[in-house]
Design a protein around this ligand. Sequence first.
Ligand SMILES: CC(C)(COP(=O)(O)OP(=O)(O)OC[C@H]1O[C@@H](n2cnc3c(N)ncnc32)[C@H](O)[C@@H]1OP(=O)(O)O)[C@@H](O)C(=O)NCCC(=O)NCCS
Length: 174
Amino acid sequence: MTVLTSSRLRYEPFADAHFDGLHAMNRDPDVMRYLLGRPETPDETRAMIARVRTRWAEWGYSWWALLDRDSGEVVGAGGIQHLRLDRAAPHEIGWRLRREHWGKGYATEAAVTMADHAFAVLDAPRLCAIRHPDNTASQRVMERLGMRYVGLEPCDGMEVALHVLPRAAWLARA
Ligand SMILES: CC(C)(COP(=O)(O)OP(=O)(O)OC[C@H]1O[C@@H](n2cnc3c(N)ncnc32)[C@H](O)[C@@H]1OP(=O)(O)O)[C@@H](O)C(=O)NCCC(=O)NCCS
């Protein structure tokens, strides 16, 4: 399993040791507003960690806990998976942060590091990201990453905004 680092963050594949930090994030209604739409229960967080561990074993990539390199605190999570969790679908990048760590640039720092990993190591032809149409904070992360807005798409019974970053655009930026 792949551990990554960037200037302020350490990226550890989800493990049971991250439960407290991940659940503190996922039980926060502000964090979950555009995701589940309600706080996650402890059992849901445990089940999510277990699912992610299975994907790491099967795919060799999935979600990382984002840790402050100095304190070791879990400040958020970021991941690379596939749209609709279908391995034949394009790679998808995602992020979320504990509420007290919004506005510090951690999501963008993680997005850049994960995009580098997706293109350089996983050989992704392009990266997609989806968001609730009203989630402007996440839209700004997508824009800072250099993603292009494609439009609204149906996904699991709702409409989501789709953004795309082709490999060539990422390499041109680098
Ligand atoms: C989406 C989400 C991760 C964005 O978090 P964020 O803190 O706004 O994004 P970043 O970590 O990239 O921080 C960027 C902000 O930090 C500021 N900042 C402060 N210090 C900074 C630094 N050292 N470096 C970079 N930016 C810094 C930037 O100016 C920017 O502020 P702005 O958006 O007002 O212009 C956060 O809103 C969240 O967790 N939401 C709930 C979960 C969610 O919706 N996830 C996305 C699903 S699609």
